[in-house]
Write a protein that binds this ligand. Structure first.
Ligand SMILES: [Cu+2]
Length: 119
C-alpha cells in the first residue's frame, strides 16, 4: 500500500515537472503605453511574454531582485541590444522590433527566458 502511494507521488511529481517546464506557456502581457515593468527573480522574468505593437519602440523597465550572477545581464539577441541589470535598481531598456514576430530575450546563460510578441 505505501509503496503504491510512493509510486503515485513519483508519477504525480514527474507529470507536474513536465507540465511546468515544457507545456506551460504563460499568457502574454501587453505593454500598455509603450512601456512595461519586468521583474527578474527566482529564475523567471515576470511577465516572460510581452505583447507589443509593431513599428513602435517599447520601453522595458527591468528590476532585478535575484542576486545571482546569472541574472546580471539581459540580452535581446535578435535586436542587438544588451543591458547590465544592477541589483535592486530599475533599468530601462528601449527596443524597437522591426516587424511582427517573436523576439526572445534571455540572461547571458539563457536560463532566464522571455519573449517579445510583436503584432
Ligand atoms: Cu543566467
Amino acid at each position: 500500500m505505501s509503496a503504491w502511494l510512493v509510486n503515485a507521488a513519483g508519477v504525480a511529481l514527474i507529470v507536474s515537472i513536465v507540465w511546468w517546464f515544457w507545456l506551460v506557456k504563460p499568457a502574454a502581457k501587453r505593454a500598455e503605453g509603450g512601456m512595461i515593468d519586468v521583474l527578474v527573480a527566482d529564475g523567471v522574468y515576470t511577465p516572460a511574454r510581452i505583447e507589443v505593437a509593431s513599428g513602435q519602440p517599447v520601453r522595458l523597465r527591468f528590476l532585478r531582485k535575484d542576486p545571482s550572477a546569472c541574472a546580471e545581464k539581459v540580452i535581446f539577441a535578435d535586436l542587438g541590444v544588451a543591458a547590465d541589470l544592477p541589483l535592486g535598481q530599475p533599468v530601462d531598456v528601449t527596443v524597437a522590433p522591426p516587424q511582427p514576430g517573436e523576439y526572445p530575450f534571455t540572461c547571458q546563460m539563457q536560463m532566464y527566458r522571455g519573449a517579445l510578441i510583436v503584432r
